[in-house]
Write a protein of this length. Structure first.
Length: 202
């Protein structure tokens, strides 16, 4: 060490050896610089489905479809939506469907943008829980609300309907003013055990 040349500066008598950086360190440094643009282009270059968030979304959707196989194809009607409104884990699936497909028009919290506010008590096309699924399946307002029956699994329609129903009364801030008519309260979801029993029976 003491053989190494010294740098030509000294501060208060403190000198510094002019040791070169080890070769492996320099090459590692250069390698990270070479690696970075490829990494950036791959993960952040705008290609669909490569970011960690997208991958997570894809894995979650796949897992959900596996579970769909277990529960079979649901009926998108009032009784089924009411039943799933009471199951938090499925409402979360509905939330992810909503986040993926609906927030561009209905807002992140359902407060409404092009589409109506889903967090108040007034609806244009909905009187019952089943109507929510109907609107989602068939669209409304001459296509201003697109039809989703060919894009979403019938179970996804049920889950996202349950989620939309759960937004009612949250009165998200900055929302669109109420449109349509005030409608009767949703039916109470059946208690959780009952839902499980029914599943075992069928
Ligand atoms: C392209 C914009 C757009 C997208 C995307 C969209 N909606 Fe809509 N939605 C609308 C419009 C506009 C209406 C109001 C239709 C009308 O005037 O009758 C509406 C109405 C609705 C209604 C009925 C509300 C009422 O007051 O009657 C529900 C429920 C709904 N949308 C749910 C969804 C869900 C769930 C998704 C995602 C799967 C979704 N929407 C995606 C634009 C959209």
């Amino acid at each position: 060490m003491s053989e190494a040349p010294k740098t030509d500066h000294a501060y208060d008598g403190i000198e510094e050896y002019d040791n070169p950086l080890p070769g492996w360190w320099k090459w590692l440094f250069i390698a990270t610089i070479v690696f970075a643009p490829f990494y950036w282009v791959y993960y952040h270059g705008g290609a669909e489905g490569r970011s960690v968030e997208d991958q997570f979304g894809i894995a979650l959707a796949e897992n959900t479809r596996l579970q769909f196989a277990e529960i079979g194809d649901l009926q998108p009607d009032t009784a089924t939506v009411a039943k799933f409104m009471g199951k938090d884990s499925w409402v979360k699936v509905g939330k992810s469907v909503f986040r993926a497909n609906c927030i561009s028009c209905h807002g992140r919290e359902g407060e409404g943008k092009v589409g109506p506010n889903l967090t108040d008590d007034s609806y244009k096309n909905v009187k019952t829980l089943g109507d929510i699924a109907k609107v989602i399946n068939n669209g409304a307002g001459n296509g201003a609300m697109p039809k989703w029956s060919h894009r979403l699994h019938v179970n996804e329609v049920v889950m996202v309907s349950a989620f939309v129903a759960s937004l009612r009364g949250t009165n998200a801030e900055g929302g669109r003013p109420p449109e349509g008519n005030k409608i009767a309260a949703w039916p109470e979801p059946p208690p959780e055990e009952e839902v499980e029993d029914e599943k075992e029976k069928s």
